[in-house]
Design a protein around this ligand. Structure first.
Ligand SMILES: [Zn+2]
Length: 172
């Protein structure tokens, strides 16, 4: 599976997803940047990325300083060039926002056989943690779920093997 960062608009369109050009940032002198929002895919792509496609809409900027007008131009582009109604345009934007919200969710996975726990992001990719972070996270989870876990020594921070004393700093 490709990493999220390596996925191009072309890959997503090849999957048969629909897209629209929507309204991005305002730039003085140019208007609003056209951004590509792909159905069911989080975030957006800058419109320049479509430039190597022969059938790509040539629009890069909504040449106006009025955001409402830029939005109207985007709807009009969807209708006339992409054959999508305003409702369909909005549905594609909403599907991308929904995917964005899902992508921001971290899932905790646990292997039922080994008991190993790991994290996955919303793109279903594994999140790597430094060992200390992993220990902190596990302790927080265990604490909130009332599962057994080993505390850190309050003196030196080492993980306690024995509840009553630390083998590293002689703290008792
Ligand atoms: Zn200690």
């Amino acid at each position: 599976m490709k990493r999220h960062e390596d996925i191009s608009v072309g890959d997503l369109l090849t999957e048969g997803r629909r897209f629209v050009l929507d309204v991005g940032e305002h730039h003085e002198g140019d208007g609003f940047r056209a951004i590509i929002v792909v159905e069911g895919y989080p975030g957006f792509f800058p419109s320049g990325e479509l430039s190597n496609r022969l059938d790509a809409p040539p629009v890069l900027w909504w040449a106006t300083d009025d955001k409402n007008e830029a939005q109207a131009m985007a709807y009009s582009h969807s209708e006339q060039i992409l054959g999508l109604s305003r409702k369909e345009h909005e549905a594609i934007i909403l599907s991308s926002i929904a995917a964005q919200q899902k992508a921001q969710r971290v899932q905790v996975k646990r292997d039922p056989d080994t008991g190993q726990v790991w994290l996955r992001n919303g793109y279903d990719q594994e999140i790597k943690l430094e060992e200390d972070d992993a220990i902190d996270l596990y302790q927080d989870l265990a604490r909130s779920m009332n599962l057994p876990f080993r505390e850190n020594c309050s003196e030196c921070g080492a993980i306690l093997n024995d509840e009553d004393k630390c083998e590293w700093c002689d703290y008792q």
